[in-house]
Design a protein around this ligand. Structure first.
Ligand SMILES: Nc1ncnc2c1ncn2[C@@H]1O[C@H](COP(=O)(O)OP(=O)(O)O)[C@@H](O)[C@H]1O
Ligand SMILES: O=P(O)(O)OC[C@H]1O[C@](O)(COP(=O)(O)O)[C@@H](O)[C@@H]1O
Ligand SMILES: [Mg+2]
Length: 319
């Protein structure tokens, strides 16, 4: 392989820059030319290409967001869009593409491979919702951001003896809510993977109040319902007063944690190695502390389950 491309796509995640740096530096180390593609799949269709050098990715390992910028591209969802993207890549002599993004971006990459472009996908999303890998880039940083926020909210919750609802990101995935809830000692955690039982939340609040604890933190993943909606439900069904904090897009920003930088560097380099070895459709990830490469199709054939033992444990510990 003589020339590869690299892009970032979908929701940005802290550590995408570190992964980009690794892809570029590893490729150049292996004497492979590397082209940065701006704005995700939109840039692939528009031909927003730039030949990268060692210095192109200098001073970015510590920066959040992505210098390549990201996009959600409706045009790439069409066959005509993907054909144009593949034509642009071939015209540039690009034989392989590293896609740094989430599950949607991985699906797009699989669709692109049909046109004879080799693809290696690097998991980067704060949702941590990609089958086949235990960790995605950005999850650790976002988790620490959320736990820090919960700690601060807990200070005011206990001072005023109030019940707080903290709404965190996660459209379909509860990883962030579950890990942050356990790490932040939340009294209740509400995630898409477990049906919501408002009466269970109310019961826990009641028990805790009877034991003399008047403050509580409830973490809810936005995919289940908004914090405001939950607040309204608790008021209507149990006359419980709450305050709501919506953490929003601050969860996606900030300098990546050391852990995210390390996994990003390892994933990015491995993606280049896989393309160099002739893999056509591959996903990179981590299992039992080992970096692994596995068939991209596997991501869509099954769905990794959340560790529900963690939810059970959080209930046992936060009484
Ligand atoms: N089924 C698909 N076919 C082709 N492209 C897709 C498909 N699903 C997603 N994509 C592309 O990937 C982009 C990013 O996906 P999205 O789900 O928004 O983010 P993420 O990759 O973070 O999950 C989409 O905007 C679209 O261009
Ligand atoms: O930035 P947007 O378009 O509002 O999207 C918000 C969504 O993006 C995420 O932050 C990341 O999801 P993706 O990785 O699928 O892009 C979700 O947690 C959140 O629900
Ligand atoms: Mg996604």
């Amino acid at each position: 392989m003589k020339k590869i491309g690299v892009l970032t796509s979908g929701g940005d995640a802290p550590g995408m820059n570190a992964a980009l740096r690794a892809v570029v530096r590893k490729a150049l180390f292996e004497d492979i030319e590397v082209v940065g593609i701006y704005q995700g799949y939109d840039g692939l269709i528009k031909g927003e290409f730039e030949l990268f050098e060692l210095g192109s990715v200098g001073d970015i390992i510590q920066r959040g967001g992505t210098i390549l910028r990201s996009a959600r591209s409706p045009e790439f969802m069409t066959e005509a869009g993907r054909q144009k993207a593949a034509d642009n890549l071939k015209a540039e002599g690009i034989e392989g593409l590293v896609v740094i993004g989430g599950d949607g971006s991985f699906r797009g990459a699989l669709e692109l491979s049909v046109y004879g472009i080799a693809v290696a996908c690097v998991p980067a999303t704060i949702d941590n919702d990609i089958t086949g890998t235990e960790f995605t880039i950005g999850f650790d940083t976002a988790l620490n951001t959320v736990v820090e926020a919960i700690d601060k909210i807990r200070d005011t919750a206990s001072s005023h003896e109030r019940i707080f609802i903290v709404e965190v990101m996660g459209r379909d995935a509860g990883d962030l809510a579950l890990w942050a809830g356990l790490g932040g000692g939340a009294e209740s955690i509400i995630i898409p993977e477990e049906p919501l039982a408002v009466n269970e939340v109310v019961e826990r609040l009641k028990q805790s109040s009877e034991r003399g604890k008047q403050h509580s933190v409830i973490v809810v993943a936005e995919g289940v319902m908004s914090g405001d909606k939950l607040s309204q439900l608790l008021k209507e069904e149990a006359d419980v007063e709450t305050r709501v904090s919506v953490l929003g897009h601050m969860q996606r920003g900030g300098s990546p944690s050391a852990r995210d930088r390390v996994i990003a560097s390892r994933y990015g380099a491995r993606a280049v190695e896989e393309l160099q070895a002739g893999q056509q459709t591959v996903a990179i990830g981590m299992r039992n502390h080992q970096i692994v490469a596995y068939p991209l199709q596997d991501v869509f054939e099954t769905k990794d389950c959340l560790d529900m033992e963690m939810l059970k444990l959080s209930k046992e510990l936060s009484i």
